[in-house]
Design a protein around this ligand. Structure first.
Ligand code: NAD
Length: 332
């Protein structure tokens, strides 16, 4: 039994992702209880949420009055304010101990059958579920940043999650303009990070062993896989471009791919020196303040552009086109 869908949802942790998820839920017409576990969240989150609502309006993602949507947020530091929420998204730092403490506070405030989700990128749901009093209603719901510009949403069951709850959440999220995926059995990294990190590992392998430069690996990602990935997934891609060829290449290529388990030296050296990419100008590339700001701005613009392009080619593209054709034929 899970809580029936009400109009109130909660977001706990108002950093980068929490703000973005709160804005997305506001655009879907919910009242959002935006909980700041640290007072500093309240300095940035309202501005971030307002910016997301305004930009999304300009980009045609929603058609609501921004002031009206903003009036649907309750900013708070008090977990008791979550008591009416049927759904909670936890978005605090990627730290098991911190997350577990936050779940205890959430559970003491919400109804027994409210759905509690975590936005963890990579911690197994089964681990986070260990100390939760009602694990059957606890699951992973992994959003991508910025949450409002992409249909991506990854729902993951832990070992103790009730799959019926996951199915219900999957149905609810489908109404948010998302194309959710459901991982029925927990595995570290879930679906997308397993796919993405497999590619990262090979990229590190090629650079560290002198096969290609960082710049050329980035070019190859962008211009090959990047060209078709927003249109379709890997299995559809193989169908579209000749399954037989992939079958033959796999046999010879798989044995040569990297299966390194240690952290690559390339990222370790930068990370240990405190490099954090555009955030402080030191990453795989170097950035002046102006360059970092320009990359961030372009990334934001691109997220809107690609969302608008992708929405012309939804996952059920062919079903939709055939349905339209059938309706047109019937009306003749
Ligand atoms: N940034 C991304 O692109 C992205 C994408 C998908 C998932 N995630 C996941 O979302 C979660 C949040 O990431 P983010 O990028 O928004 O991080 P962030 O650093 O922007 O925000 C961190 C949040 O954690 C809270 N926090 C920090 N220390 C705390 C403590 N001791 N107790 C309680 N709360 C504390 C902060 O108040 C803040 O709200 C992480 O689990 C992350 O892995 C991030």
């Amino acid at each position: 039994m899970i809580a029936s869908e009400s109009n109130e949802v909660g977001v706990v942790g108002l950093g980068l992702m929490g703000s973005s998820i709160a804005a997305t839920l506001l655009m879907q017409g919910y009242k959002v209880v935006a909980l700041a576990p640290q007072a500093s969240d309240l300095e940035l989150a309202p501005r971030r949420i307002q910016h997301a609502l305004e930009q999304s309006f300009k980009q045609g993602i929603h058609k609501h009055d921004v002031k009206q949507l903003e009036s649907n947020v309750l900013y708070t530091k008090d977990y008791a304010d979550l008591h009416n929420c049927f759904f909670i998204s936890e978005c605090v730092i990627e730290n098991v101990a911190v997350k577990k403490t936050v779940y205890a506070s959430i559970e003491s405030s919400v109804s027994d059958n409210a759905i509690i989700t975590t936005n963890t990128s990579a911690i197994p749901i089964t681990i986070l579920q260990e100390t939760v009093a009602r694990p059957e209603r606890f699951l992973g719901m992994h959003w991508a940043e910025p949450a409002f510009t992409t249909p991506f949403l990854e729902i993951t069951c832990g070992a103790k999650t009730d799959v019926d709850v996951a199915e219900k959440l999957y149905a609810i999220a489908s109404k948010w303009g998302k194309e959710p995926t459901l991982l029925r059995k927990d595995i570290r990294g879930f679906i997308t990070n397993r796919l993405m990190y497999a590619m990262f590992r090979e990229g590190f392998n090629l650079v560290e062993n002198g096969y290609a430069s960082i710049e050329d690996i980035d070019r190859a990602c962008r211009n090959d896989a990047g060209h078709w990935m927003t249109f379709c997934g890997m299995f559809r891609f193989m169908d579209l471009t000749g399954l037989q060829a992939y079958y033959h290449v796999i046999k010879d290529l798989f044995p040569t791919l990297s299966n390194q388990t240690e952290t690559p030296k390339l990222i370790e050296a930068i990370a240990k020196e405190g490099g954090n990419g555009v955030a402080n100008g030191r990453g795989f590339y170097k950035y002046s303040k102006e360059e970092a700001a320009a990359w961030e701005k372009a990334f934001e613009e691109f997220s809107y552009d690609i969302n608008s392009l992708a929405s012309k080619y939804p996952i059920d593209l062919v079903e939709k086109r055939l349905e339209k054709k059938q309706q047109a034929d019937e009306s003749i």
